[in-house]
Ligand binder design. Structure first.
Ligand SMILES: NC(=O)c1ccc[n+]([C@@H]2O[C@H](COP(=O)([O-])OP(=O)(O)OC[C@H]3O[C@@H](n4cnc5c(N)ncnc54)[C@H](OP(=O)(O)O)[C@@H]3O)[C@@H](O)[C@H]2O)c1
Length: 330
């Protein structure tokens, strides 16, 4: 089995977390992968990151990383508005790409990237880690095997307190800030996994903060026979539960986003039919890394779990939400 060499592009918060996961994956011989290099806009930051994570090569520019012929796949961990340029750089240099969510700031940019990836015969996937996790897969298996009957309603919330900081990408408009792209992408993806990516109607309610991005939002996705209701925001803590309600029962995921609590299946009388606790093997990101390795080894250009067409449709939904919230990035 060919060894896969990974590079990380950017050294921010999520790059730190995912680097730990990559080192964990690297430590398991059968995975046959290595986190070989990291790149930052600053050579000092790259070296510091490399030292802390035991990464052999550190580059002071993203261009140097993609010029390294030993790198097979690049994980992009920059703010949303940078993904398009960063991903183009990687693809044009012949690298497979795992790109953080939200994959771009609009559907048009994403379409250009997947066209380029296909032309170059390279793998490209949005880092929608949630869809690769065991608890999420269990809920999907129950729903798809008809355990809750016909789905009528899904409710998924995701919020946490982020103190306002005008230098934080979350609040900076030209970095793709705001709760829709940062948090909303998860509950929207959750709803779309079970009800489809083409709702009949989309209704967005949001509060716009002083930097002209949404600090919170609630979105209703209306389907022919069902509703998807999402809430997310930077201004309060919540239980972050997800519930899938069908005409024969329901599935409840406690702390669904981190998938560490119980995932429970109830019948329509409220009796528990099954209850599972499916904790992460490491910190949760190992499953998406595993998926990318598997797909590249099978010479796939896209994952069956996180497909290009789903990612595109979800970007289209978020474009509508951003328009309705009057958040314009360009
Ligand atoms: N999957 C998840 O659970 C998860 C969690 C958090 C975030 N994310 C996603 O990951 C991405 C990064 O988020 P983060 O929280 O890690 O952000 P962050 O801490 O602000 O880090 C972003 C990094 O991007 C690089 N960068 C390149 N151009 C930049 C610019 N113009 N302004 C600021 N930074 C720039 C910087 O690295 P260098 O200076 O080293 O070049 C910076 O450290 C976002 O797309 C976000 O949605 C995913």
């Amino acid at each position: 089995m060919k060894k896969l060499n990974w590079g990380i592009l950017a050294t921010g918060k999520i790059a730190e977390t995912v680097a730990k996961s990559m080192k964990y994956m690297e430590s398991i011989k059968e995975n046959n992968m290595e986190l070989l290099a990291v790149a930052s806009r600053s050579a000092d930051k790259a070296e510091d990151f490399a030292k802390r994570h035991g990464v052999k090569r550190a580059y002071g520019s993203y261009e140097e990383l993609v010029s390294d012929p030993d790198i097979d796949v690049v994980y992009i961990a920059t703010p949303m508005s940078c993904h398009y340029e960063n991903a183009k750089l990687c693809l044009n240099a012949g690298k497979h790409v795992l790109c953080e969510k939200s994959v771009t700031i609009n559907a048009g940019e994403f379409k250009e990237l997947i066209d380029l990836a296909k032309e170059k015969r390279l793998f490209f996937m949005e880092a929608m880690w949630m869809k690769c996790q065991p608890a999420f897969k269990k809920a999907k298996e129950w729903a798809e095997s008809g355990k809750v009957g016909r789905i009528k309603m899904i409710k998924a919330d995701f919020s946490n307190v982020v103190p306002f900081d005008e230098n934080d990408r979350l609040f900076i408009k030209n970095l793709g800030g705001g709760a829709i792209l940062d948090l909303g992408v998860y509950p929207i993806t959750f709803v779309c996994t079970f009800l489809g990516t083409r709702p009949e109607e989309i209704h967005t309610y949001s509060h716009i903060g002083k930097t002209k991005v949404d600090f919170d939002n609630s979105i209703i996705l209306k389907y022919k026979d069902a509703y998807g209701i999402t809430f997310c925001g930077f201004d309060f803590e919540n239980e972050n539960k997800a519930i899938i309600v069908g005409d024969k029962g329901r599935i409840v995921m406690g702390n669904w986003f981190h998938c560490t609590a119980e995932t429970t299946l109830y019948d329509d009388m409220g009796n528990v039919l099954d209850k599972q606790v499916l904790p992460f093997k490491f910190n949760g990101y190992e499953y998406e890394i595993e998926e990318v390795n598997k797909c590249i080894r099978e010479e796939k250009l896209e994952s069956d779990i996180i497909t290009h067409s789903d990612t595109f449709d979800i970007m289209k939904i978020m474009e509508t939400c951003l328009n309705q919230a009057d958040v314009k990035f360009k």
